[in-house]
Design a protein around this ligand. Structure first.
Ligand SMILES: O=P(O)(O)OP(=O)(O)OP(=O)(O)OC[C@H]1O[C@@H](n2cnc3c(O)ncnc32)[C@H](O)[C@@H]1O
Ligand SMILES: [Mg+2]
Length: 204
């Protein structure tokens, strides 16, 4: 079976990728599955910069093709915050529950009509002989005033998707991937996948 290494330490993302790659017959590994302990410092100020940084650092360290994901939530009334700082919004180490509490507190006076937001995802694929390419996707939604649902990760319980009448955390992993920022970015990457698959196949 083919395998692809996703340069992430986030288990929630890993699950999204497993569901996305399963139909292609590709097994997903993450940084948690390898012997080396790798944690790339995210010094970029954009999703593209951080995705490229993570992909190229890990590809260079391991000498193989990897895919990295940098993603986050932009809330319009907060001028796009937390954005690239979504994972560490309430400080480090990252804590999903504290991040949600901080966001809800910052939006406490904001009416439903002004709570528009979007998830963004940039995927970077990098490795020997293929250079680096990025793909992006987004997903529009509204920030709720309380948690609903237990699926997914991160801000999913407070991200309401109008077209589904549910929060991301009330959707199954399969349903989420059809509409998500990550699914949209991966759909772009998949168009070039035949080219990469030969390389990914060499990873075993
Ligand atoms: O850098 P890696 O190791 O991949 O893991 P991370 O969690 O630090 O990932 P990012 O730096 O890309 O930060 C993204 C944060 O944005 C949020 N996020 C991204 N995608 C999400 C999704 O599909 N659902 C909910 N929250 C999401 C979540 O809080 C993530 O921690
Ligand atoms: Mg990170």
């Amino acid at each position: 079976m083919k395998e692809v290494l996703i340069a992430t330490n986030n288990k929630g993302k890993a699950k999204d990728f497993e569901v996305l790659f399963r139909p292609l017959g590709i097994n997903v590994l993450t940084l948690q599955d390898i012997e080396e302990s790798i944690d790339v410092e995210e010094t970029g100020t954009t999703f593209v910069e951080n995705a490229v940084l993570k992909a190229e650092t890990v590809a260079n360290l391991l000498g193989k093709v990897v895919i990295a994901d940098d993603s986050g939530l932009e809330v319009d009334v907060l001028n796009g915050e937390p954005g690239v700082y979504s994972a560490r919004y309430a400080g480090e180490p990252s804590d999903d529950e504290e991040n949600i509490d901080k966001l809800l507190a910052n939006l406490v006076e904001v009416p439903e009509t002004a709570r528009q937001a979007r998830f963004r995802c940039v995927l970077a694929i990098a490795g020997p002989g293929i250079g680096t390419t990025t793909y992006s996707g987004s997903c529009e939604g509204i920030i709720t005033d309380q948690r609903q649902g237990t699926n997914g990760f991160g801000y999913d319980p407070i991200f309401y998707v109008p077209s589904r009448g549910k929060t991301m955390a009330e959707l199954s992993a399969e349903e989420k991937n059809v509409i998500s920022h990550r699914g949209a970015a991966l759909a772009q990457l998949k168009k070039q996948l035949p080219e990469f698959l030969t390389r990914i196949g060499e990873m075993k």
